[in-house]
Design a protein. Structure first.
Length: 99
């Protein structure tokens, strides 16, 4: 088991601009040491027969083929519009000087 020193934890904290109390430094030394130990344990796993991969799931396209389908008519599109004018949605101006 490797244990990070308080100085090492303070150095890492300084790199990421964290101000730590002495209690936090001690706490994080233990937690970070446990993470490093776990990473070391993973290095011991024999992966020589495992093909390199970016994902463990099979790749598949979730996109469907584009199909031309009829859209809404102007009346259907504007049916629930609170305001409409000349076949368009009418909205209040959001920029100064707008009508």
């Amino acid at each position: 088991m490797s244990t990070l020193s308080a100085d090492q934890v303070r150095y890492v904290a300084e790199l990421v601009k964290l101000a730590l109390t002495d209690e936090e430094t001690e706490l994080f030394a233990g937690q970070l040491s446990a993470v490093l130990d776990y990473a070391s344990a993973l290095e011991e796993v024999d992966t020589s027969r495992v093909a390199p991969t970016a994902t463990v799931l099979p790749l598949r396209s979730v996109m469907r083929e584009d199909k031309v389908e009829p859209g809404l008519s102007v009346d259907e599109a504007l049916a629930n519009a609170p305001e409409k004018q000349d076949g368009y949605f009418r909205v209040h101006a959001v920029l100064e000087g707008g009508q």
